[in-house]
Ligand binder design. Structure first.
Ligand SMILES: NC(=O)c1ccc[n+]([C@@H]2O[C@H](COP(=O)([O-])OP(=O)(O)OC[C@H]3O[C@@H](n4cnc5c(N)ncnc54)[C@H](O)[C@@H]3O)[C@@H](O)[C@H]2O)c1
Length: 341
């Protein structure tokens, strides 16, 4: 099969995960890097032997040799760049969160559908087998009627982390903090397993960091299934802790820490030996402590989605769901009222 020829737009912290993944798989080739700061694009290009460098994403998109782009810019720029890419007929692998408002997400999804290009969104934790096993078990009704579905995301990010990029911690480009940036992965996993949310009632504020957005949020969730839940997200506790997701039904419970099952109480079923095939990494205190494997799996999946003309592993519509919940948390915190989705 022909290789999918990629360009990376935005050459900051996360870009090397995309570059490494593309270079490592035989289905893809890395042809170009683009950053508004030329030295960043040049540095990434040099590190991974990439032949072309651009400083304007529209120039990269005009390159006829490029089939697909990885969008690794600040979150609030994902949409406009993805829409330009769709208009240029390029397939897209967009970093999380897909965008930071629902109208921008919807416009992005629509542009990709109209242009007939594939839109995949990075949620690398979805590649971890542990969540697939839990989802399957709960969907098979093995915990009975669900009672609680909770996520505790107690991470640490320093003030220096927030000061390391002008966009970090701003409403305009980060779109939120502990939940929209760091927590979005596990909000996605929780939603993916528990199903749709009916309502949220929340507190969110910056308690410690000098940022516009929240460094701490607590929400009470009512799931459409009738179950209740708690969502806590922070980037201001010391030390950062592995995230915990907890699922309780009338018949049993499954508790996790990091990507590990720490309690498996499922009637009639032995605890699965979840040999951790996919290394995802923790990132509870350091955004760089994630493995490349999840990105590699998703980027390879996008290559096959293009070839087989099928949906990628995480579509724009899927990626929208976690953002919708997080925006409802913010609205509830702002208004002091429950928000119905
Ligand atoms: N999947 C993950 O675990 C993970 C981890 C970290 C970051 N991310 C996501 O990746 C994105 C980038 O985060 P980061 O930490 O790498 O940020 P960063 O600030 O380190 O890098 C962003 C880069 O984009 C460049 N840029 C800005 N506007 C541009 C434009 N119009 N065209 C081209 N380049 C432009 C900046 O100069 C910068 O080099 C965010 O959406 C973030 O949420 C995902």
């Amino acid at each position: 099969m022909d290789k999918v020829r990629f360009g990376i737009i935005g050459c900051g912290v996360i870009a090397p995960w995309h570059a490494r993944s593309i270079v490592d798989i035989e289905e893809a080739e890395l042809l170009a890097c683009c950053d508004i700061i030329r030295e960043r694009a040049e540095k990434l290009a040099e590190e991974f032997g990439v032949p072309r460098v651009y400083t304007n994403h529209k120039e990269l998109l005009a390159d006829p040799d490029i089939d697909a782009v990885c969008i690794c810019t600040p979150s609030g720029l994902h949409g406009p760049i993805a829409i330009d890419a769709a208009h240029a007929g390029k397939h897209i692998m967009c970093e999380k969160p897909i965008e930071i408002t629902l109208p921008k997400i919807d416009a992005t999804i629509q542009a990709c559908r109209e242009a007939g290009v594939k839109l995949g969104v990075i949620f690398q934790r979805r590649t971890s087998p542990v969540w697939h096993k839990i989802k399957e078990t709960i969907e098979a009704g093995k915990l009975g009627k669900m009672v609680l579905g909770d996520a505790y995301l107690k991470y640490y990010r320093s003030q220096e982390y927030y000061d390391s990029g002008e966009w970090r911690g701003t409403w305009e480009l980060d779109g939120g903090g502990a939940l929209m940036n760091q927590g979005v992965h596990m909000v996605d996993i929780l939603r993916w397993i528990m199903g749709p949310v009916e309502s949220v009632y929340a507190l969110a504020d910056h308690l410690v960091r000098r940022i516009e957005v929240e460094d701490t949020a607590c929400a009470v969730i009512k799931w459409k299934s009738g179950a209740f839940g708690v969502l806590q997200g922070t980037t201001s506790v010391t030390p950062g802790m592995p995230h915990r997701l907890e699922f309780h039904g009338e018949l049993g419970s499954i508790l996790t820490e990091g990507e590990r099952i720490v309690k498996w109480a499922v009637p009639g079923e032995e605890e699965p030996s979840m040999e951790q095939k996919v290394q995802i990494g923790s990132s509870e205190s350091d955004p760089k402590s994630i493995a490349t494997e999840g990105h590699r799996i998703q980027i390879r999946d996008l290559c096959y989605a293009i070839r087989e003309d099928r949906e990628p592993m995480v579509t724009g519509e899927e990626a929208r769901k976690a953002v919708e919940i997080i925006l409802a948390v913010y609205e509830s915190a702002r208004t002091g009222r429950p928000v119905y989705l």
